[in-house]
Design a protein around this ligand. Structure first.
Ligand SMILES: CC/C=C\CCC/C=C/C(=O)SCCNC(=O)CCNC(=O)[C@H](O)C(C)(C)COP(=O)(O)OP(=O)(O)OC[C@H]1O[C@@H](n2cnc3c(N)ncnc32)[C@H](O)[C@@H]1OP(=O)(O)O
Length: 208
C-alpha cells in the first residue's frame, strides 16, 4: 500500500486544526477515536506500507509517514516533523513512540521539544525518511523499492513487522478511552484554545 497525496505540495497537513478549535468535548472524543482507529489499522497493517512524500508533512502528516515501512521524500522546500509544540499542543504518547522507533531517543527529544520541521535532507540525515529524490522520481522510487520488499516471503515479513510494532500498538489499545478523554480535556483548556486560535490566525495571515 502506497500513501500519497492528490494535493500538489502537501503530503498531509496533519489533523484538521479546525476540528480542535471551539469544538465540543463529545465531538473531540469522536474525532480522536477515529484517528486512533485509523492509526492502529495503518501501523498494525500486515501489508507493506510506503509513503510517497511529495510535499509538506507536518504533525499528523509526519505520523502517517513514520507509520509506514518505508519513506521516500521529494527534495526541495518541503518540511516534515512533529511540530505540535509550535501550536501549543503536545504530541500524544503514541506519536512519540513511533518517532522513538524511527529516529531514536535523543533526536526525538530534541524534535518534540522544539516542534522541529526538517527539510528532506535533514530528515534523511536523522533517519526520519529513507530516501530523498527529485519530486518526479518519488513515485517511481517507491514502486522500485516495493518490488524489493515483495521479494521477501510474506509470512516471515509479517511476523517480523508485527513483533517489532506490537508493544507500541498494545500501549494505545490498552488505554484508548483514557487517551481520548485526555485529548478532549487538554484541547479544550482555555490556554490551548488560545494558542490554536493564534496559530489559525497566523496561517490565515500568511496567506493574505
Ligand atoms: C494530548 C494531545 C493533544 C493534542 C494532540 C494533537 C495532535 C495534532 C496533530 C496535528 O496534526 S495538528 C495540525 C498540524 N498541522 C500544521 O501545523 C500545518 C499547518 N499548515 C501549514 O503549515 C500549511 O498550510 C502547509 C501545510 C505547509 C501548506 O501551505 P500552503 O501555503 O500550501 O497552504 P496554506 O497555508 O495557504 O493552506 C491552505 C488552506 O488550508 C488550511 N490549513 C492548512 N493546514 C491545515 C490544517 N492542519 N487544518 C485545517 N486547515 C488547514 C489553511 O488555513 C488554508 O485555509 P484557507 O484557504 O481557508 O485560508
Amino acid at each position: 500500500m502506497v500513501l500519497a497525496s492528490a494535493a500538489p505540495g502537501i503530503f498531509s497537513a496533519g489533523l484538521d486544526i479546525l476540528e480542535m478549535y471551539q469544538s465540543t468535548p463529545e465531538r473531540c472524543v469522536a474525532f480522536w477515536r477515529a484517528l486512533q482507529d485509523a492509526w492502529l489499522n495503518l501501523y498494525g497493517s500486515r501489508l507493506i506500507t510506503m509513503a510517497a512524500i511529495e510535499g509538506h508533512s507536518p504533525a499528523g502528516g509526519c505520523l502517517l509517514a513514520m507509520s509506514c515501512d518505508y519513506r521516500v521524500m521529494a527534495e526541495g522546500k518541503f518540511q516534515i516533523g512533529l511540530n505540535e509544540t509550535k501550536l501549543g499542543i503536545v504530541a500524544p504518547f503514541w506519536f512519540t513512540d513511533v518517532m522513538l522507533n524511527t529516529i531514536g531517543h535523543r533526536e526525538t527529544e530534541k524534535a518534540l521539544q522544539l516542534g522541529a520541521l526538517y527539510s528532506a535532507q535533514q530528515a534523511l540525515s536523522i533517519g526520519l525518511v529513507d530516501k530523498v529524490v527529485p519530486l518526479a522520481e518519488v513515485m517511481p522510487t517507491v514502486e522500485g523499492e516495493l518490488k524489493n520488499w515483495l521479494q521477501i516471503p510474506a509470512a516471515a515479513r509479517v511476523i517480523t513487522k508485527t513483533s517489532m510494532r506490537k508493544a507500541v500498538l498494545d500501549r494505545l489499545r490498552s488505554q484508548k478511552e483514557k487517551d481520548a478523554q485526555f485529548f478532549a480535556d487538554f484541547i479544550n483548556r482555555d490556554s490551548v484554545q488560545k494558542s490554536l486560535g493564534m496559530y489559525i490566525a497566523s496561517l490565515q495571515k500568511k496567506k493574505n
